[in-house]
Each structure stands twice: as C-alpha cells, then as structure tokens.
Design a protein around this ligand. Sequence first.
Ligand code: NDP
Ligand code: GDR
Length: 323
Amino acid sequence: MRKRALITGITGQDGSYLAELLLAENYEVHGTVRRASIERLDRIEKVIGRINLHQADLLDQNSLMNILKEVEPDEVYNLAAQSFVPTSWKQPIYTGEVNAIGVTRLLEAIRLVNKGIKFYQASSSEMFGNTPYSPQNEETPFYPRSPYAVSKIYGHYITMNYRDSYGMFCCSGILFNHESPRRGEEFVTRKITLAAARIKLGLQEKLKLGNLDAKRDWGFAGDYVRAVYLMMQHNQPDVFVIATGVAHSVRDFCKAAFECVDLNWENYVEVDSSLIRPADVNHLVGDSSKARKLLKWKPEVSFEQLIEMMVASDIELVKRRKG
Ligand code: NDP
Ligand code: GDR
C-alpha cells in the first residue's frame, strides 16, 4: 500500500520540495492550504495534478481534526509557520498562536484521532540565537533573540513532550538556514539574488540591507527536506541538527551573488538602519554529525552552487516578469 503523507505549509519553500521528494518515494501526498483572496500555488505548480490539497489552518482546531480523519495519513510534516523573523516583532502574539500553540493543536488532533501517526516538527537554528557555544549541536542550550525563536522553542519542546508523555513518534529537526530559487523574496539571500539580477538587467539601482556582519550556515532546501524525510524513517523519534557546518556573512553572500553577474557588490549595496533588527543573531554554524552518522545524510549543494542556482533562476524570472 502507498504511504500517505500530510504536509502543513505545502505552499511554502520547504513544503514544495518535500512534496516532490515524497512523490518520488511513491507517497500519496496531501497538503493544507489557507483560504486567501488570491490562490498562491506557484511553488507547487509542477506537482499540482499529483497532490491533494485541503483547506486547513493551524489556528483552527476543527479543520486539523477533520483533515486527519479524512486523509488518515501515516506521516504528518508540520512545516506551516509564520516564518519571517522581523514580522515576529510586529505580530508576536499571532506568531505564537501559529508557531507555538498551532503545534499543540496539531499534536492534540493527532493524539485524539490516531496516536500512531508519525509527526515531524520544523524547528529552527534561531532557537540557539546568541548562545556562546559554537558550533551548535543537539545538546547546545537555547538563547532565543526574537518572538519567532521563542515560539519555535515552544513548538520543539511540546513535540518532545508528546513523544515522552504519550509514546508518539514525534521528531524535531533543528534546521539551519536553507535557501533555494523558491525562497520568499523578503529573506536576505533571495533579496540579494533578485536584486543582483534586477541590477544586471537595468531594472534596479541600489540594494538596501540591514546587518551585513550577520553570519549564517546556509544550505540548499532540496538537501534539507531529504534530511527531514530520513528523520521520519529512522527507527526512533529523535532530534537532529541539519547544517552544512560552514558559516558565511551577509557581506560574503552579496559579494558572491554580484560576482555571478560580473558586478562589484560594493557599488550597489547600502545599509539601511531601519532594516536592522531590535535584536539579531550574529553567528550561527551547525554541527550535524549526529544526522550524518545516524541518517547517513550530508548536504550535496555547496554555498557557491546555491548562489549560482539562485542568481541564474532570478535572471530568468526577471526577464519573464519584464516580458
Ligand atoms: P515559508 O514561509 O516558505 O512557508 C510557510 C508555510 O506555512 C506556507 O505554506 C504558509 O502558507 C504556511 N502557513 C503560515 N501560516 C499558517 C497557518 N496559520 N496555518 C496553516 N499554514 C500556514 O517557510 P519555509 O518553507 O522556509 O519553512 C518551513 C518551516 O521550516 C517553517 O516552519 C519555518 O519556520 C521552518 N524553518 C525554516 C528554515 C529555513 O531556512 N527555510 C530553517 C528552520 C526552520 P501560505 O502560503 O498561505 O502563506
Ligand atoms: P533568518 O533569515 O532571520 O536567519 O531566518 P533572514 O534571511 O531573514 O536573515 C538572515 C540574516 O540577514 C540579516 N539581514 C537581512 N535580513 C533580511 N531578511 N533582509 C535584509 O534586508 C537584511 N539585511 C541583513 C538579518 O539581520 C539576519 O541576521 C530564517 C527563516 O527562514 C526562519 O524561518 C528560519 O527559522 C531561520 O532562517 C533558520
């Protein structure tokens, strides 16, 4: 029998890659979508005829209960979230409702409908925040620096609590930043690659950024959803850090992206103090030895390959949008 998976947040960056991976693994794939005045299904366009979409929201308990009863999934991947850190200062309560209590809603729904359903929670390296320990692994203490990070810590611990209290298969992946041509345009990597493409094509003059010194461990989303899948196939529910182990600054990212279009980033990038966060996370770099050993996972796409892929895709996108 084909395994059935339900992905919350299937319309997001990771949801779209995970849907493709699970289809390739011969799963029957279901996903949740939120009602909106305009449907935004561009990321899942390629697979739309091969997946099943259902309306649900992490804010609405009944919609989650009903979907679990209807779909009867073997595995639930909870990728849905208010995922943009700056918005979490503007909408801290909403962020907590979705990213923290939303996880409890979904776990409660699973517990009541069928405790045998496996559950994955999308946890984040932002939970480490300004921890003094580096690189960060599964044992590193958390030091959150935003309402987003705090909400994700709640989501992480409630997941582990449902595992320990009810014996449910609940695992949590602490994923470091991962990017792709499908990354939201407000995140720094995509903002830079899109601007490099637009500037190259004469459609933009300057790129305004905030903290150029921030360092992140950036990987490719396609590699990271493979780790997520492997966690759900592991013989026990556990916590895994997923990272490349190499950190680069926002400045390094700018340099490499503009080099892809033969431009010098310093002529175009300006610092705009309004883009500096109330509290930032300055240096994150992950140690994913546990996943490499137990899941036999490793990233395939390098930092340079990732940037080339994103810039090339944005050049094509900008040309299409122009036409
Ligand atoms: P995106 O922002 O691209 O996607 C988020 C998804 O969640 C979208 O499908 C969105 O739907 C959906 N969503 C938002 N609010 C709700 C809600 N109330 N009910 C149901 N669905 C909702 O995020 P990513 O794909 O980048 O990330 C996936 C997950 O992994 C998130 O939980 C994120 O916090 C976490 N994460 C991401 C990392 C990264 O580097 N990308 C690193 C570590 C963790 P809609 O399309 O309607 O907006
Ligand atoms: P992050 O990603 O906050 O790490 O969260 P983001 O790309 O937004 O920021 C990374 C770093 O870049 C600095 N920065 C800017 N960021 C944005 N967005 N826009 C700018 O103009 C800019 N200038 C500098 C930021 O200050 C920051 O230090 C992402 C999200 O996907 C989360 O959901 C996920 O949990 C974490 O990654 C791991």
